[in-house]
Design a binder for this molecule. Structure first.
Ligand SMILES: Cc1cc2nc3c(=O)[nH]c(=O)nc-3n(C[C@H](O)[C@H](O)[C@H](O)COP(=O)(O)OP(=O)(O)OC[C@H]3O[C@@H](n4cnc5c(N)ncnc54)[C@H](O)[C@@H]3O)c2cc1C
Length: 419
């Protein structure tokens, strides 16, 4: 029988480990307008070299904590987890946040979406091969879903996988693949039967991103960074034991990943007291703190963030108690993008042209990173419009959207480049 430490014992062990292996964050200084670095949001690495340095530091930290038993706290022991309750996992995350550690951004997709899908749908062989390595940060995972002709309507995807004995041969193009350039494995959804309706002839696989049959080309965003890529796959051979779920059941595999994706994005919509502090200081600096419209707008931003944070805390509590993420995570994602849009509008009111051209004035153009990244989040993980459809249908019980043909064989549908 496993000896489960009490929460107090576990917290003491975690504290000792963190003290021995990481530096505690310096106590937060009161923010003073005009002092220090004016980068208000996490700056993106625009050079590949710096980005990879960050990825390597993140991998190293994951290995250190995994080897000490804190890498996959609530995962099953048979695949490398510590099999401890979710309360222990939460306690470790809360403690870890007090230390100055490398950003774990590069693991968002691999651990937030790909690993849970492998756990739910992969063969035991693939689980043994990948889960520990993913959680130990030895490898990173990417999500290969979107294609030039299939984004919101993912079930229209055309990358094909053809069976050849014990293997599958995959050919096609994926796009917007975040982090493909530093990923080792990818979760891919392919068309395996064109005679079935579009949601039914799909199958999921785990692929090797370093195989020569996989070509990765970066896509540059308007912010100057290149976080995602086009991925061309030319007759990539994949063993059948790398299949996710049953043949032609890839839609359910994709749904597992998408629900986890929305949960991961939506979980970030908590109140950001640092951002509020900076917005308030900015308003004071420009002498707008007595302007009733500006005050009203600012108060509305703070309230909307607070409410969204409380809502997602409730949804996350359900999730952590073992229930599946549901449509409430779609509302959390919608709330996040709507709140970001509120901040962007507010910034344009206060800063006007200073937001568009760098005048050198402290604390003005620095907000542009946030402004340029906000539209991407309205698209990633399901667009605002698609989220509204989900909420309409699954939360409010409105009728299903017309026009989706889920009965005709895929080969008879007029989709993208399909002839
Ligand atoms: C930052 C970022 C990271 C991403 N990372 C990944 C990744 O790692 N892996 C991956 O596979 N993909 C990734 N994507 C792609 C993302 O999933 C797609 O961009 C998204 O699903 C939208 O698809 P699309 O771009 O083809 O737009 P479309 O689906 O063509 O949509 C175009 C417009 O039509 C609207 N629309 C479409 N259908 C409907 C409808 N039924 N009702 C109302 N309006 C509709 C949309 O809201 C949108 O405004 C990423 C995207 C971004 C922005």
């Amino acid at each position: 029988m496993q000896n489960i430490p009490t929460l107090e014992e576990f917290t003491a062990q975690a504290q000792a480990f963190l003290d021995a292996n990481a530096k505690k964050r310096a106590p937060k200084k009161a923010f003073v307008w005009g002092e220090g670095d004016d980068a208000f949001t996490a700056a993106e690495d625009r050079s590949r070299e710096k980005e990879l340095e960050g990825v390597h530091a993140a991998m190293k930290w994951r290995q250190t904590k995994f080897d000490a038993g804190f890498g996959w706290i609530n995962g099953p022991t048979e695949f490398g987890g510590a099999n401890l309750p979710a309360s222990h996992d939460r306690a470790f995350s809360a403690l870890e946040a007090e230390y100055d550690l490398p950003s774990q951004f590069c693991f968002n997709i691999g651990l937030g979406m790909v690993a849970p899908t492998i756990l739910a749908h992969a063969s035991d062989h693939a689980k043994n091969l990948y889960l520990k390595k993913l959680w130990r940060g030895e490898i990173i995972g990417a999500q290969l879903f979107s294609e030039p002709g299939a984004g919101s309507d993912l079930a229209s995807l055309q990358t094909k996988a053809i069976r050849d004995g014990d293997e599958w041969v995959i050919t096609g193009q994926k796009v917007w693949t975040s982090g493909a350039h530093y990923s080792d494995v990818g979760e891919i959804i392919c068309r395996t039967d064109v005679d079935l309706p579009k949601h039914k002839g799909l199958t999921g696989f785990i692929i090797d991103m370093n195989d020569p049959a996989v070509e990765i080309r970066p896509l540059k965003q308007m912010s100057g960074a290149a976080g995602f890529n086009e991925v061309f796959i030319n007759e990539l051979r994949v063993k059948d034991d790398h299949r996710l779920g049953d043949v032609n059941n890839g839609w359910n595999v994709a749904l597992t990943t998408l629900m986890n994706e929305r949960s991961a994005i939506g979980a970030n919509n908590h109140s950001d007291s640092d951002m509020f502090e900076k917005l308030i200081a900015m308003v004071r600096h420009f002498g707008l703190d007595k302007d009733p419209l500006i005050r009203n707008e600012l108060a509305s931003i703070v309230m909307h963030y607070r409410v969204a944070g409380l809502n997602s805390a409730r949804a996350l509590a359900r999730l952590r108690s073992g229930q599946m993420p549901g449509p409430e995570m779609s509302t959390a994602k919608m709330a996040l993008t709507m709140n970001q849009a509120r901040v962007v509008n507010f910034l344009t009111h206060v800063l006007g042209p200073k937001l568009q051209a760098d005048t050198g004035e402290w604390g003005t153009y620095a907000w542009s990173t946030m402004v340029l990244n906000a539209p991407g989040l309205r698209i990633a993980g399901g667009t605002d419009e698609v989220m509204r459809n989900i909420v309409g249908e699954r939360v409010l019980g409105l009728p299903k959207e017309p026009g989706i043909d889920s009965n005709s064989p895929f080969r008879d549908l007029k989709v993208g480049t399909q002839k």
